[in-house]
Design a protein around this ligand. Structure first.
Ligand code: KIV
Length: 268
């Protein structure tokens, strides 16, 4: 079984082969996702909400991120592992980002680190990449900025805001990011960014035209006790096992039947 690398994902973008991605935070689920053909396993700081029961991702610490990444890494043989740098573990300066990204990779076993933010983070991204750390950006609804955004809201509906996200995406790609997550943005904007960049985009609430899709595992299994976002779908509906639900998700992403119009947003 050939492991998925950044080059694999670039080739998948080139050949328009959709990239299936899910979050995981522990050994057993990571191993199941890997067996079901998930290409990219994301150890998101959503763990603060779905594993720890917090109201936001903000309380997640570096120790939490390393612990969950290590658990996931033990379960994965094929998929690429992308781990979130927690809130305030990279924003202070590039040196802080380098130290914590290094810990996430050497102690946790992450292959790529993910950080939130656009052009203001570009110098940090460049600093990491020049020192051998692959980076995934995250734009649109950036949950670590929930209080600044005034809630978990769709971003980039107005033209000026959309233009800002587009500029941010180009800045991250030019700084050397290997991947880009686009969360809760209009489908047309995500499609434009995906066309303009040569790095793969992974959408969550960003329409069908991104290079890949990601969902939070607990949302797509329908087990998160609080309301799930409109862009998610419960894949347990109509299946009789967790494995069947995950396989159905991978098949739906690969055939571009998920997300449907009911999971997408549009410009104002
Ligand atoms: O924290 C997370 O799980 C994420 C993904 C869903 C994109 O950032």
């Amino acid at each position: 079984m050939k492991p998925v690398t950044i080059s694999t994902l670039r080739e998948m973008k080139r050949t328009q082969t959709p990239i299936a991605c899910l979050t995981a935070y522990d050994y057993s689920f990571a191993s199941l996702l890997d067996r079901c053909g998930v290409d990219l396993v994301m150890v998101g700081d959503s763990l603060g909400m779905v594993m720890q029961g917090n109201d936001s991702t903000l309380p997640v610490t570096m120790a939490d991120a390393i612990y969950h990444t290590r658990c996931v890494a033990r379960g994965v043989q094929r998929a690429l592992i992308v781990s979130d740098l927690p809130f305030m573990s990279y924003q202070r300066n590039a040196e802080q980002a380098l130290a914590n990204a290094g810990r996430l990779m050497s102690r946790g076993g992450a292959h790529v680190v993910k950080l939130e933010g656009g052009a203001p983070m570009a110098d940090t991204v460049r600093f990491l990449v020049e020192r051998g750390i692959p980076v995934c950006g995250h734009l649109g609804l950036t949950p670590q900025s929930v209080h600044q955004l005034g809630g978990y809201k769709v971003q980039g509906r107005e033209q000026a805001a959309a233009e800002g996200i587009r500029t941010d995406a180009l800045a991250l790609a030019q700084a050397g990011a290997s991947l880009l997550v686009l969360e809760a943005v209009p489908a047309e904007l995500a499609a434009t960014i995906t066309r303009e960049l040569d790095i793969p985009t992974i959408g969550i609430g960003a329409g069908t035209d991104t290079d890949g899709q990601v969902l939070v595992l607990q949302d797509m299994l329908g087990i998160y006790p609080r309301p799930s976002p409109k862009f998610s779908r419960n894949f347990m509906t109509g299946t009789d096992s967790i494995e069947a639900a995950i396989r159905a998700y991978v098949a739906a992403v690969k055939s571009r039947t998920f997300p449907g119009p009911e999971h997408s947003f549009h410009a104002a």
